[in-house]
Design a protein around this ligand. Structure first.
Ligand code: ZN
Length: 227
């Protein structure tokens, strides 16, 4: 092979290799994107929303805000139990406790919340506790274990979760109107097939709040968590 021919041959090889590499790196990034989308996408099995029954079958989720994670830990510390769920931001209607099956086949508990919804709760109620009362409600669903069944929401389960929310939010330092403020603003007077009337939900929160107050006669503000 003449030196000139060899040069052409070498250049051709180099060019081919560059094109092949570009194609391969494009394919890799495409595969990574699909993998990422799969990892951040979950199929919702049974769920309990804060209000209205969710029709979501698949949602995308993201890491929670640090504040949400911290307050979640505070709530679990107050009830003295270890967490049996993971909290995530997601494109859900409001907030929900749910169980999903991972790609490895394991069933896991999640609390999913929409950040825009939480922001609007905080703004419209004028206090920080309102949004955490919602997260506490969802935690109540997981601790009671109902979302493991396929029976879906029922009024009894919702009222129990509201009572738990009232109980734990007292321990967080919230006043009764603060714990009730999210229900006052966002839940309907009439209720629905999945959720009870507003009046019943407010009463359940009040029951939990008073139970905490009367079972902790020595509680004082300095002994409780503040936001
Ligand atoms: Zn609920």
């Amino acid at each position: 092979m003449k030196p000139f021919d060899f040069l052409i041959f070498a250049l051709s090889l180099l060019l081919y290799s560059c094109v092949a590499n570009t194609g391969s790196s494009e394919k890799t990034s495409e595969l990574n994107a699909i993998k990422e989308e799969k990892l951040n996408s979950i199929a919702v099995l049974n769920s309990c929303s804060y209000y209205d029954k969710s029709n979501a079958e698949t949602v995308n989720f993201f890491n929670p805000e640090i504040e949400a994670e911290l307050n979640n830990k505070k709530i679990m510390k107050l009830v003295g139990l270890s967490s049996n769920f993971t909290i995530k931001r997601a494109n859900v209607e409001n907030a929900m406790a749910t169980i999903i099956q991972s790609y490895s086949g394991i069933f896991e508990r999640f609390i999913l919340y929409d950040q825009n919804f939480m922001n609007s709760v905080k703004l419209s109620t004028g206090n920080d506790f309102s949004q955490w009362s919602i997260i506490a409600h969802e935690i109540g669903h997981h601790l009671s274990g109902y979302t493991l069944t396929s029976s879906g929401d029922s009024h009894k389960q919702e009222l129990e979760a509201d009572e738990f929310s009232g109980f734990v939010m007292y321990k967080m330092g919230a006043t009764l109107p603060q714990v009730q403020s999210a229900i006052e603003k966002f839940c309907s007077e009439e209720g629905s097939l999945s959720h009870p009337q507003k009046k019943g939900r407010l009463a359940a929160v009040e029951k939990g709040w008073w139970n905490a107050k009367t079972s902790s006669p020595n509680s004082n503000a300095s002994g409780r968590f503040n936001f």
